[in-house]
Design a binder for this molecule. Structure first.
Ligand code: UDP
Length: 474
């Protein structure tokens, strides 16, 4: 309530800087937050890396960035990420990108904040709050050092954030790293990939996620892209450590006060021809296949998926990013398989799809996914059952929840043999088990949509967040 009082009249002078980690899944949801805050009469600056900002402007979704259309305005700024332009910013180089941001971008970030703190020559009110990606604790520390209150936005599910919190304790008790040859079915099989793959307690990735999670709790508040209905117990565990935690998700479905379609920030050019193809397909007949922006597979895995999908007899739409297959893995044989299937109208392959639109299309019957959290939420909101092939990071946790807790999909875990792919597609698309999955996917969609409507928990949490942010503008 004190937020509400302090907020009165502060709207016009409230200015938030939002700083996402420069990766696709982080950009999308933090841009949606930016747009929602702008619609709530808050001045918003969105900080990209120069590399990503150029890509965003080149991709067709550049036209749907807030400020270009009729929706609320967000101001963009960009700083260098410190890596050479020709270096891939792939999953394998995540730690390199992180190190470069800390070492080489933090000074530019500090300078920008100093400038914005002074009101940037009167073009905008002085910056009054920073919302930084929780995996960049330096962004939170620098803001606070400059006297600007900072909040941490975490992009994974609450359950994953909670799992990261538990890593130091698991290291201490000797449960991590998992001993060589241990049965991974005991006691849990939903551990993040970092935990499963770590060979020593000094494993850099394990250290990274544990440290950033512990460190980001120094922020004034946590903002999570989830809702109370989905993850009540993880949220209450997190709140024991971080009492001010706002669960405002799924952000792409939260349309508080804004009528326009939610912002899209695709780093790849969207191929919209697949929507026209879907228009010509019967209801719920197509398997949509996409493994997000980071996952990489071998030629062998690709062929297993392909043969399994073809063997299932279902039509499918597959997003094959230019860098989906391991370097040197692409062959002419794969090219002609794709063309053959296209000629027979059995399949479409695109480099990047307008995913939310595809998932909302009546022709899509299920989603074969890598279980990235954004993809999971997008599928959930549309009530589309999932077949999960988790790749890394939090994805093993998400796939576990999809299959065992919410029961809205099937978990392939680590295997992708053609027989498994074929069986899973059949199970998700036809017969009693498929009907059951669809029913629970529909029920989950309804509950999640309720959360983001007026009177729902995420809607209310977002209002409280806005009041909190406005109260900081004194
Ligand atoms: N996405 C998209 N088109 C595609 C594939 C993915 O627009 O062809 C979007 C998808 O809607 C989601 C994001 O890219 O918002 C991927 O984020 P996610 O957390 O699912 O996975 P990540 O890429 O971080 O592994």
């Amino acid at each position: 309530d004190s937020y509400v009082t302090a907020a009165a009249g502060a709207a016009a002078s409230t200015h938030v800087l939002i700083f996402p980690f420069p990766a696709q899944g982080h950009l999308n949801c933090m841009l949606q937050l930016a747009e929602l805050l702008a619609a709530a009469d808050i001045h918003v600056t969105f900080l990209n890396t120069e590399y990503n900002h150029r890509r965003l402007l080149r991709s067709s979704s550049g036209n749907s960035l807030p400020g270009r259309g009729p929706g609320p305005k967000v101001q963009f700024r960009a700083i260098a990420d410190g890596l050479p332009d020709d270096r891939a910013r792939s999953a394998a180089r995540l730690l390199e990108l992180d190190a470069s941001l800390r070492a080489r971008s933090s000074q530019a970030y500090r300078d920008l904040l100093v400038d914005l703190r002074e009101g940037s020559g009167g073009r905008a009110p002085r910056v009054t709050c920073v919302i930084a990606d929780g995996i960049m604790p330096f962004a939170i520390d620098i803001a606070e050092e400059l006297g600007i209150p900072a909040m941490a936005f975490r992009t994974p599910s609450a359950s994953s954030v909670w799992a990261y919190y538990c890593i130091p304790k698991l290291l201490q008790s000797g449960e991590l790293p998992i001993p060589e040859g241990a049965d991974l079915d005991e006691p849990i099989r939903g551990l993040p990939s970092f935990c499963r793959e770590a060979r020593s307690s000094d494993d850099p990735m394990l250290r990274f996620v544990a440290e950033v999670t512990a460190h980001s709790a120094r922020a004034r508040a946590f903002i999570l892209n989830t809702c109370e209905h989905l993850e009540p117990s993880a949220l209450s565990s997190i709140r024991a450590r971080m009492p001010v935690t706002y669960a405002v998700g799924p952000l792409h479905a939260l349309r508080s006060g804004s009528e326009s379609a939610p912002a899209r920030a695709s780093l790849w050019r969207e191929d919209r021809t697949c929507v026209a193809w879907l228009d010509g397909q019967p209801e719920r007949s197509v398997v949509y296949v996409s493994f997000g922006s980071f996952a990489v597979m071998s030629r062998k895995q690709f062929l297993e998926f392909w043969r399994g999908l073809v063997g299932s007899g279902r039509r499918f739409l597959w997003v094959v990013r230019p860098d989906l297959i391991e370097e040197g893995g692409w062959t002419d044989e794969m090219e002609s398989m794709i063309e053959g299937a296209r000629d027979r109208d059995r399949a479409r392959v695109v480099g990047w799809a307008p995913q939310r639109e595809v998932l909302g299309h009546r022709a899509v019957g299920c989603f074969m996914t890598h279980s990235g959290w954004n993809s999971t939420l997008e599928s959930m909101v549309e009530g589309v059952p999932m077949i999960c092939w988790p790749f890394f990071a939090d994805q093993q946790i998400n796939s576990r929840f999809v299959s065992e807790v919410w029961r809205i999909g099937l978990d392939m875990k680590d295997t992708c043999e053609r027989s498994t792919v074929e069986r899973m597609v059949r199970e998700a698309m036809e017969g009693d088990a498929a009907d059951e999955l669809r029913r629970s996917a529909k029920a989950t969609a309804e509950a999640v949509r309720k959360s983001v409507e007026e009177g729902g928990s995420s809607f209310a949490a977002f209002q409280r967040l806005v009041q909190h942010i406005k109260s900081l503008a004194r």
